[in-house]
Design a protein around this ligand. Structure first.
Ligand code: CMP
Length: 141
């Protein structure tokens, strides 16, 4: 478990939260649950219904769709947002490629994060748009 002050510092270093002031960061630190993940564990599985989004604190993961690699994630990256944004199912499988520490945000926490901070919401939506554009630009054969 990361100590609160350490966690606030780590949050401030995450690009997603870089524009937030101390008060806003403290609000973000209130939500979410730290989870330690073993290497090779699937954090989300393509096609499953979704209830959480994840922020990577430590370690790395890979997103695959139908067995093909889409992207890799490291500290400061988030994933699992797409299914929550559209009330859908997981678009890809995300697997830990090292031991990981992640912060899991339940859907209600993710929604309140977006409601509380338009800056965070815009960054998440921008990143998601880029992910979708990149996926379109590199169609699978
Ligand atoms: P979600 O669909 O909830 O679960 C799988 C996650 O993988 C997805 O949210 C995104 O966070 C991530 N993901 C899916 N497709 C891509 C992509 N093309 N590039 C980067 N990340 C992706």
């Amino acid at each position: 478990m990361v100590r609160r002050d350490d966690y606030l510092q780590r949050l401030a270093a995450v690009p997603l939260f870089a524009d937030l002031d101390r008060h806003e960061l403290e609000a973000v630190a209130e939500v979410g649950t730290d989870v330690d993940v073993e290497e090779n564990r699937e954090l989300v599985r393509q096609g499953d219904p979704a209830s959480e989004a994840f922020l990577v604190l430590d370690g790395t993961a890979v997103a695959t769709r139908d067995g093909e690699e889409l992207a890799t994630f490291g500290p400061g990256d988030f994933f699992g947002e797409m299914a929550l944004l559209v009330h859908g199912h997981r678009s890809a499988t995300v697997t830990a490629t090292s031991p990981m520490s992640v912060r899991a945000f339940h859907k209600s926490e993710f929604d309140s994060l977006l409601d509380r901070s338009p800056k965070v919401a815009v960054k998440i939506l921008r990143t998601t748009a880029v992910r979708l554009l990149n996926a379109e630009e590199s169609p699978r054969h």
